[in-house]
Design a protein around this ligand. Structure first.
Ligand code: AMP
Ligand code: MG
Length: 502
């Protein structure tokens, strides 16, 4: 049962489908499967308004028909995008949109371009035996975590709509099905380049690079070697992104090259989760047996993925292959220093430090604090959030987190105070800036699971709604003392595992 286009149905703003227009041969035109009995899980009215869509109309029956694949809106040109990817280090030459479809692109009132895409809308030529479907739990999980990331100010794809399909999907057990509508600056991945590089299809590779440059980095088009300049840009965006992840304790969980965007947005919320107690070895994903994508490995994995992007771009870097390799290698080798700059900036924001030009001292100070959090098994989020209160003369909350580590904590606080004294800012101003950098509320794993369980097994969306309302205000001090701001108990944290959501 495939959807038919009905002209009356629109998003309230015209589509302008540059990927479909520019890049024939890089995708397959395809149609979503119509959900048999759709029911709203949630419509993101705020995001719809930001995109310039007709939020009022789309939040009703018409939106339900569109976001369940029953009607394809006027101007949409649904396509399944081709991509490849390194998954856990091994190369798969053909992945692609196996359960996703790009409906098309819209321009928001500021003229920014956004992809509007489905996830879970049925099988495509890239499904490789999969059913092309998604379940209510993983769809709501992506909704929660992507909106939390957005509220934290971290570049991310977003969730416009989540609809239950009325269908049962078969996983380890039968689960209610759902479709997610995702928006993104683009869905172009490192793996999109790898797909055409692996086929030695330099023409399509070139067209893809031109498209990405026009879309995300128009100013590098005039560079002597645009592909090299593009690589630098992507590297900078990814270094900045991963530094932000590390700051809030976010673990992506499946940093395969097909899950890394050229735009620098976080994408593909599968087994992701936020770390509670600070520990670089933290891994939640049930399939990440060797901890390849552990919290502390993420900056290095980003560089590994960028090296794969560099390889894919080599054919576009001039006619002398040795020269191309040398130039691309030099760019990728800059990554550790680049990442460290972004990470230091993030740590300074978290510790209320302005840049006095003394790199080594601040990084060492921050690293020592991270080490303390690890040693004394302190919650990453609250270990940072509670620091600002010490500047307001309320050291108790932080001290309570450190248990028997008081001597070590006090020694570090003295060093931090000495460093703060070097910058001429009143303590309250520093404390306020820190509270805008260190969230009080993150999507705690036990609360996420409880919300998804209630939605999946009881059809009860109330816990999901309540959690969503809390996580979109992550810095709001009014949430102190609520259950949203409390870490899981050690029993709740022990053995927590996430699944890829396929
Ligand atoms: P992911 O692990 O979600 O990043 O997906 C990796 C690849 O598997 C992509 O090509 C997906 O389109 C594909 N895939 C994941 N789940 C399904 C599914 N249920 N049906 C078909 N393809 C899928
Ligand atoms: Mg993926």
């Amino acid at each position: 049962m495939n959807a038919t286009a009905i002209a009356a149905h629109t998003l309230g703003t015209p589509f302008d489908n540059s990927y479909a227009r520019d890049l024939t041969g890089l995708y397959v035109p395809w149609q979503p499967q119509a959900a048999p009995a759709p029911r709203w899980l949630r419509f993101n009215t705020e995001l719809a308004r930001q995109l310039g869509l007709d939020a009022e109309r789309l939040s009703g029956a018409e939106g339900l028909a569109i976001f369940s694949g029953q009607t394809v809106p006027e101007g949409a040109q649904p396509i399944a995008q081709a991509y490849a990817g390194h998954q856990f280090g091994g190369f798969s030459p053909q992945l692609g949109d196996g359960r996703a479809l790009l409906l098309g692109e819209v321009l928001d009132p500021q003229g920014r371009r956004h992809d509007i895409a489905f996830k879970g809308s049925g099988p495509t030529p890239f499904s490789r035996g999969g059913d092309g479907k998604a379940a209510v739990g993983p769809v709501l999980r992506e909704y929660l975590i992507s909106e939390a990331m957005h509220a934290l100010g971290i570049p991310t794809t977003r969730t416009l709509a989540a609809v239950a399909t009325g269908e049962t999907v078969r996983r380890e057990r039968p689960l209610p099905g759902a479709v997610l509508t995702r928006t993104a600056a683009s869905h172009i991945r490192v793996g999109t380049f790898q797909f055409f590089a692996a086929r030695q299809d330099t023409d399509r590779l070139q067209r893809l690079a031109q498209h990405v440059i026009a879309r995300h980095d128009p100013d590098v088009a005039e560079d002597p070697v645009p592909a090299l300049a593009l690589l630098r840009r992507v590297m900078d965006r990814q270094a900045a992104l991963v530094a932000r992840w590390m700051g809030v304790g976010f673990i992506h969980g499946v940093m395969n090259t097909d899950n890394m965007t050229l735009s620098g947005e976080t994408i593909d919320y599968g087994p992701c989760a936020f770390m509670e107690v600070h520990d670089p070895d933290t891994v939640f994903s049930s399939i990440d047996h060797h901890g390849r994508y552990a919290y502390g490995n993420q900056p290095g994995i980003a560089q590994w993925n960028l090296a794969r992007l560099a390889e894919a771009l080599l054919p576009l870097m001039g006619t002398d292959p040795d020269d191309a390799v040398a130039q691309a290698t030099a760019v990728v080798n800059d990554y550790p220093a680049l990442y460290e700059r972004h990470w230091l900036a993030e740590l300074r924001r978290k510790l209320g430090l302005t840049d006095l030009g003394d790199d080594t001292g601040d990084l060492a100070l921050a690293n020592d604090y991270l080490q303390l959090l690890h040693t004394w098994q302190v919650d990453h989020t609250l270990g940072f959030r509670a620091l600002s209160a010490t500047l307001r003369g309320q050291p108790e909350a932080l001290a309570a987190r450190f248990g028997t580590g008081q001597t070590a904590l006090q020694a570090w606080l003295v060093r931090w105070q000495q460093r703060l004294a070097l910058q001429p800012l009143p303590a309250t101003e520093v404390a306020n800036a820190m509270d805008a950098a260190n969230p009080l509320v993150i999507p705690r794993n036990h609360l996420v699971e409880a919300a998804l369980d209630a939605a999946t097994h009881e059809g009860n969306l109330q816990p999901f709604e309540a959690l969503l309302a809390a996580i979109v205000r992550p810095f709001d001090s009014a949430q102190a003392g609520t259950l949203w701001a409390e870490p899981a108990t050690p029993e709740q944290q022990a053995g927590y595992h996430t699944f890829c959501g396929t």
